[in-house]
Design a protein around this ligand. Sequence first.
Ligand SMILES: [Zn+2]
Length: 219
Amino acid sequence: MAGPALSEPLSELELKQLIACHECDLLLRKPDAAAGERVECPRCGYELYTHRAQVVRRSMALVLAALLLYVPANFLPIMQLNLLGQATEDTVWTGVLGLYNSGMQSVAVVVFLCSMAVPLLKLLCQFAVLLSIRLDIGRSYGLLLYRIYHHMREWGMLEVYLMGILVAIVKLVDLADLSIGLGLLCFVALLLVQVWLEVTMSPHQIWEALSGEDAHAGD
Ligand SMILES: [Zn+2]
């Protein structure tokens, strides 16, 4: 029985020109986007990618800002608490230690991973990836690190931690004499810089730059 003739398989070059929508899986030919242009899926309107100018340079500045904020955000007091004449200063790090010493070792480990270790590793991965594009060295390691970064994304939960802090402040403010520390401001700033970085560092352009397709990404 003769079925319909199969079409020729696509060549590697033709495959590279195709792009799939992350939301509705529509397969389309990749349009050329000039700097600053947004490409949207014609079926569902999802943003396929945005071609931003100077992605690497701008992302690099944001990563460095985030790394600089990381230390004060974790080690400067988030709040000062005055309860019955006893004053304490709480940082993210002393919070982890406090949990550990009060018998909640497993909770302490999870809090340490999600609020300190993973956010730092994420930033270091992003920094190394950008550096490998900028200096044009070790792109294969860059690809590996960027893949690891995408796996770690779900595990950095700074925003959840911030919600916890805000709830604690609201609950404690009636009970004790409480003042906000510099650490909290740095923590909020770190969170904002990270969100900005996620928006700026468009994965599409980074993958292209890492695989050497886009010679202008480092501009
Ligand atoms: Zn779509």
